[in-house]
Write a protein that binds this ligand. Sequence first.
Ligand SMILES: *[C@@H]1O[C@H](CO)[C@@H](O)[C@H](O)[C@H]1NC(C)=O
Length: 998
Amino acid sequence: MVFFIPIIFFFTTLLSSPATILCLNQEGLYLQRVKNSLDDPDSALFSWNDRDDTPCSWFGISCNPSTSSVSSVDLSNANVAGPFPSVICHLENLTSLVLYNNSINSTLPLDISSCRSLRYLDLSQNLLTGALPHTLADLPDLRHLDLTGNNFSGEIPNSFGRFQKLEVISLVYNLFDGSLPAFFGNVSSLKMLNLSYNPFVPGRIPAEFGNLTELEVLWLTDCSLVGEIPDSLGRLKKMKDLDLAINNLHGPIPSSLVGMSSVVQIEFYNNSLSGNFPPGMSNLTSLRLLDASMNELSGPIPDELCSLPLESLNLYENRFEGKLPASIADSPNLYELRLFKNFLTGALPENLGKNSALKWLDVSSNKLSGEIPATLCEKGELEELLMIQNSFSGKIPASLGDCGSLTRVRLGHNKLSGEVPAGVWGLPRVYLLELVENQFSGSIGKTIAGATNLSLLLISRNNFSGEIPDKIGWVENLVEFSADHNRLSGALPESILNLGQLGNLDLHNNQLSGKLPSKIESWKKLNELNLANNQLSGKIPDGIGKLSVLNYLDLSGNQFSGKVPLGLQNLKLNLLNLSRNHLSGDLPPSLAKDMYKNSFLGNTGLCGSIKSLCENTTQTKSQGYIWVLRSMFILASLVFVVGVVLFYLKYRNFKKAKRAIDKSKWTLMSFHKLGFSEYEILECLDEDNVIGSGASGKVYKVVLGNGEAVAVKKLWGGAKRACESEDLEKGRAPDDGFEAEVETLGKIRHKNIVKLWCCCTTRDCKLLVYEYMPNGSLGDLLHSRKGGLLDWPTRYKIAVDSAEGLSYLHHDCVPPIVHRDVKSNNILLDGDFGARVADFGVAKVVDMSGKGPKSMSVIAGSCGYIAPEYAYTLRVNEKSDIYSFGVVILELVTGRLPIDPEFGEKDLVKWVCTSLDQKGVDDVIDPKLEACYRAEICKVLNIGLVCTSPLPINRPSMRRVVKMLQEVGMEIHPKANKKDGKLSPYYYEDTSDLGSVA
Ligand SMILES: *[C@@H]1O[C@H](CO)[C@@H](O)[C@H](O)[C@H]1NC(C)=O
């Protein structure tokens, strides 16, 4: 009997062993509950199984090796979604919790304070909302609190002044809209205080921050700060990084700041700071970067500043005047010096570049004079040399000809003279060589054959002479060659036809002679050809008619003879000027019209072709007669114009009245099943009326009995079949929230959102009835032949309008609505080209308070518009809309499609970035846009670029996008748009380029 017991015992253990679930310890069970509360589309928590004894080997879990109790949970980037898993606080020894970059989408519960052991809490990049729980401050050991990139709002709780051990707090990129709290000044353990990018109410920098003696990083960018920088900050001896950029700070830089003896980096850009730099800057011996650009600082640049081991000194757009101190040349680490747009005078220090490996030098738009220092490239690293709009004189030093690192050289608008050193013509990496408006002489060097990267050669308005060297044909990448207003002579070399990329050839006002090369059609990309006012002769080659993209042709003031080539009439020319030549014979029929008269003036051999062409000799006789005719004509047109205006006003009132009646009729209809004119609508749904077709359905234009048009969208899917076959079994399962959703959308009333009049689901058919937009979609218009209709002011307005629409969806709808398919085809234009956002076909109402966004894991969006993070997270939030909207902005600026075979592997975003890098901004902007808007276009382009930042955190909110766009419009006051400074790495480049265009 006695030995049965062990045997039975043995058997029972054997039997129970499959059910080891009993063995998972309590902490493991808590974590199982966490797992169950989360949505885990990627099965990141697959290893959280119930067969282990402890959770210590699970993904993201670490344990104390001796007690096996969980000490840390790290689910960074796991793509889990759901409310904050409070159960996790049952892990009594949990010291570190990291849920970085997931979709935790609830509020942060008060009972977070039961996580008693927490030292490290990182919930950044989630969708947390609501107010911060005041109980966070009750965590006795908390050292690190990172809540960056959530949607927390309201005031920061007072209790946050009570943290005992907190060293790091980051609340960057949230929606805190209370005041920037002074009580942080009591948290004496703080080393890092990051509050940037929150819509705080305007307030001062609390002087109490001066008590934070341990502070190393104070980051308060874009926090609506006003007033002066408090003196007390100078007490922060350990401060390394002080960033107060993009605020409205006034007054001087306090002299106490030179007490921050450890400071490495100071960012003051984009404020209204004034006065001189305080004395004693040389005490900041660790300072590496100083960016005080875009303020109102004045006076000389202090000598002291220049003796520091700076790496980057950015002072552009201030009011510095006086000379640059010679000691700037002694700074051993200075590799970036940008002093753009100031009032600096005198010469550049003689030894600049000798002691430091200078990479970028931008002193454009100052009053500098003297010679270009020969030492600039002594270390062989100089890449950008931007000196436009100064009074530099003398020759280009020969040493620059050996500076193989140069990529961008802009010396335009100075008083430089002499010959350009042979080496400079042939610099192998330079893509932009600009020498415009100087007094250079000599000829274009044969060495230019070595400039294999050169794409822009701009040497207009100098005294260059001699022949254009045959070697020019070797510069295969040349896109623009402008050398007008020089004294170039001889014939165009035949080799110039090798320039297959050439888009713009401008050699007007020179002394060129001889014939044009005969095979002119090899310039396949030539867009603009200006050879006016030379002594060119012979025939205009017939091949000119084959230059299919040519739209600017000026050959006036030469000695061309023979007939006007027939092929010219096939070109789509914006300008044609062949006047003052010796052309003769018949004009091509479609050019032999009065409207082309000015194109052919001064060619006696053409007199017969257009009646009025040579009439000016008879003019004096019949002048009186003409005067009478003219005044009659003016009178007639006046009457006509007044008539049209009156008619228009009447008509508009009439229409308004009519629309009001119709509206009242429609608004009576709610979004319930409707019995009204669905027959009327259904009847018109035949294929002749289809105006579009998208992923979610077909769109029809329906003109109702009253004459008003509506757009009707018939949804695909189950409903599609249902619409076609009548004998569908009735009583299907109730719909998947479709009606609820439509009801939400139907309630939206905003001027920049297409109105949803109603929805009918009769006969199981889903129809959405929208207001009809006569100008169709932006995408269709922009990318069709009619793209030219959209001038810049119109495009700009479309950008603002649609941004406002989206901003409304994101910020003003409760719950917020993520569009999920923002693209130019979903931006519709009304009769006045006002833009409205349309098609929430795939938009889902993001229910912030409800359960996880389950339905979000369906692929949404259109190619070329999808934010990069979406590809691997499948996470949709407002930031993905902002990316897509950025792509729309880039479309507006470039006039190009979001994906185009011409870009190869790239999409529009990548193409823009690389083109900006390699060729500069002019290659990116739609050539159809007028040059006079360039400055504004550049700014909008920058906004597009920030919106399409690869990291969602760097994308501004839609509300901010609207503001930035509006600020571009307020050009009149130069400070009005200062806030969009330093948005992207391209900003510097753009601003400095702007100067040269003027
Ligand atoms: C937490 O740690 C303490 C001390 O190391 C230990 O006594 C306790 O058992 C641990 N808790 C759990 C649940 O393991």
